[in-house]
Design a protein around this ligand. Sequence first.
Ligand code: GLU
Length: 307
Amino acid sequence: MASYDLATLVERVRGQSGGEVDRSVPALASADPDLIAVALVGTDGAIAASEDAGVPFSLQSAVKPFLFALALADTDGAALDRVGIEPTGEAFDAIKLESGTGRPPNPMVNAGALLTASLVDGHDVAGRDERILRGLSAFAGRSLEADEEIARDEHLLGDRNHALAHLMRSEGTLRVTADDAVAVYARACAVLVDARALAVMGATLAGGGRNPVTGERVVPAAVARDVVSVMATCGVYDGSGRWMRSVGIPAKSSVSGALVLAVPGVLGAAIISPPLDARGTSVRGHAAADILSADLGLHAFGRPSSV
Ligand code: GLU
């Protein structure tokens, strides 16, 4: 892995056209569409990073697996009673809950992440913000901060997130106020990382919850397994089936154009390229993940058979 040529990978996908940067908040609308960075972190702690792997971007929905992990850890698994784990085949912000239970369908769509963010330890918004920042920093192996402007804009402009939070209040599934839920979720989405830090976060999941760079156990192994399982089925929203067929690696997409990938027992990876396809997945990120998976033989179901 350490000898894998990431510069060549970046150049191979640079020519891939198509996609639009997200316009939901000003900071995302002004993202550099030409940024492409990739980082790989082995579960042994080895790191490979392309030239721009230190350029910051907001996590956006790449935070969702980690919110789920923290909620599972802080509730001793009881979060699984409050959020489903089934794929929806619908957009990330669909105004829809699981029929019969009123629970969010899974923790990788907005409804689910609003809920998991409300379940982490903390008595109020500031307490949960603090717990999330501390937890994400442990996953990344360095101290992370939220971009206050992005957090504020997403809190103010996230009408569909407010709608989802109110819907969950009406079902009795969300037990904090709708505004508090959106505030905490928006701030989590606004946390700044770079490809290198996000790859360490993926590698911590791939390593069973132990950060391979710092050696810290961040979440129990059973939590990491649950999170990676749900990334495999729901992480790329209504593009999860397509993604799994071509890349074959559990991953989470996000509207900043970031992708975090986890290959259990092998490596974590992060790719950032802002232009998105219609399902909110980075166009060049998907192309890079296809190549990476093929070159390193990482497809979960692509192993040569002995029969
Ligand atoms: N902050 C975004 C939202 O809630 C995240 C969506 C995404 O990255 O897919 O709308």
